[in-house]
Design a protein around this ligand. Structure first.
Ligand code: OFO
Length: 169
């Protein structure tokens, strides 16, 4: 059984995962209307769906453990970006924030001796390591490419491989 405070904290994470899904959906749509970024758009559409799955997984856990998972209200995310580089910088920043939020949940689970939640959260800990890694790799690549058009062409062509290398389909 979840404590009231654990339940509230997990519901906050539900909201953060939903907000991530929304933010990445906006990145997908913006990329979709830029010339030559079809695969970047696909990358963020997929990423957005994945964040929704993270949200659902949390909601099911909260309900299974005797809590009540709340569907969160969401604000409109940032929908336009000044460049591809700035969008990817936001992506990394966002993932770092999510990781730190997961770490706080792990802390709370430990301090409440809630080992079931602690165990459940380990999946998110591993997932965040992977997601931060992908976001860092992509930011590093963009840094190297700079304004080089053929580099950007290859970046778009190969972006889905970044997911596969991280074990994602
Ligand atoms: Fe939910 O996995 Fe990243 O944010």
């Amino acid at each position: 059984m979840l404590s009231k405070s654990m339940q509230e904290a997990l519901n906050q994470q539900v909201k953060l995962e939903a907000a991530s899904s929304h933010a990445y959906l906006a990145m997908a749509s913006w990329s979709d209307i830029q010339p030559g970024l079809d695969n970047v758009a696909e990358y963020f559409f997929t990423q957005s769906e994945e964040e929704r799955e993270h949200m659902l997984k949390l909601m099911r856990f909260i309900n299974e453990r005797g809590g009540f998972a709340l569907v969160p209200a969401l604000e409109q995310p940032v929908v336009t970006f000044k460049s591809l580089k700035s969008m990817f910088a936001d992506f990394l920043k966002h993932e770092i924030e999510v990781s730190s939020s997961i770490n706080e949940l792990v802390d709370q689970a430990l301090s409440e001796k809630d080992y079931a939640t602690h165990n459940f959260l380990q999946w998110y800990v591993s997932e965040q390591i992977e997601e931060e890694r992908s976001a860092r790799v992509l930011n590093d690549k963009l840094e190297m490419i700079g304004e080089d058009k053929s580099g950007l062409y290859l970046f778009d062509r190969d972006i889905m491989m970044t997911r596969q290398q991280g074990g994602k389909k």
